[in-house]
Design a protein. Structure first.
Length: 313
């Protein structure tokens, strides 16, 4: 297949690209390098550099493509609150341009990387099911939900088959710890290796469902390869188990040889979700997928990558 991976120089996108290249697919990457890195690109991949929110970039990217993994996004709750216009452009306008270009180019399927942020902050102790009412509490969640609805409508409106994933907390090698908007595991790991105390916003008892990036890449490829139409179906991607941030920090600092390094605390951030856990039955039924890498195993791989010479190359 000729496969387009949007955001293919980024954290999740590059892992999907790596697997596609390894099995011999013809891969195109579109990236504006706002967060993606040139060192995440793979030899033999065709690159379209630019912003998907521009029609001409989207049209170039989908030319001759069979299927698409749409990973490009500005994946930050905090940043979206500060600059909702930029969040809208990166997360909704870009998705709209991509879908229109895909329709016009005769693309067979688009697999959309959505987010658990669409569920909002009022789940309490409930496990997130795809049938629950969405209640995003940030411009990021709102933009991603609007884009998800667009892709869900696409099979009927435009004849483009789609699948919509809702990612929970994805982690692993290549996640950039230098941004204040990065994933908590990358930040905790970089801090522990440097012997520095991380800042936990809130009491640290907030829980998350962490899923290893390799498992997420497998799910995307399973969706690309599905024989039957996916018809806009929504699927949570998560491990199905939760860990609070205090326990997470304890495990990471232990792996990094810093067992006595205590975290600092700051007030909880506006827009952050208190607890997050997922039901992953839909992905299992539809794709035969489930997470295979345990948190302990994934953390070991992640810490090893950060500790390796030149870890960001």
């Amino acid at each position: 297949m000729r496969v387009l991976v949007t955001g293919g120089a980024g954290f999740i996108g590059s892992h999907i690209v790596e697997r596609l290249v390894a099995r011999g697919d013809d891969v195109v990457v579109v990236d504006d390098f706002s967060t993606g890195k040139a060192e995440n690109l793979f030899t033999g991949v065709d690159l379209v550099e630019g912003d998907l929110a521009e029609a001409k970039i989207a049209e170039r990217a989908v030319k001759g493509v069979d299927v698409v993994c749409h990973c490009a996004a500005s994946a930050s709750v905090a940043k979206s609150i500060v600059d909702p216009v930029a969040s809208n452009a990166a997360n909704l306008q870009a998705a709209t341009q991509l879908l229109v270009a895909a329709r016009d180019a005769g693309v067979r399927r688009v697999v959309y990387s959505g987010t658990a942020a669409v569920y909002g902050s009022d789940l309490g102790t409930d496990t997130a099911l795809e049938t629950m009412r969405e209640a995003p509490v940030s411009p990021y969640g709102m933009n991603k939900l609007a884009a998800e609805h667009l892709f869900r409508m696409a099979p009927e409106l435009y004849g483009v088959d789609t699948a919509c994933f809702r990612y929970f907390n994805i982690y692993g090698p290549r996640q950039d710890p230098t941004s204040p908007y990065s994933g908590v595991i990358s930040i905790f790991t970089a801090k522990a290796i440097a012997g520095e105390a991380p800042t936990i916003f809130g009491d640290g008892r907030q829980s998350r469902d962490f899923c290893f990036v390799g498992d997420v890449a497998r799910a995307n490829i399973a969706a690309l390869d599905a024989d039957e139409p996916l018809a806009g179906q929504i699927m949570n991607l998560a491990s199905g188990a939760t860990t609070d941030l205090l326990a997470l920090w304890a495990e990471i600092r232990g792996l990094c040889g810093r067992p006595d390094l205590e975290a600092e605390h700051a007030p909880a951030r506006v827009g952050d979700i208190r607890d997050s856990s997922a039901d992953v039955g839909a992905a299992r039924r539809i794709l035969g997928w489930q997470a295979e890498v345990s948190l302990s195993e994934g953390l070991q791989q992640t810490v090893a990558w950060y500790r390796a010479p030149l870890p960001h190359s």
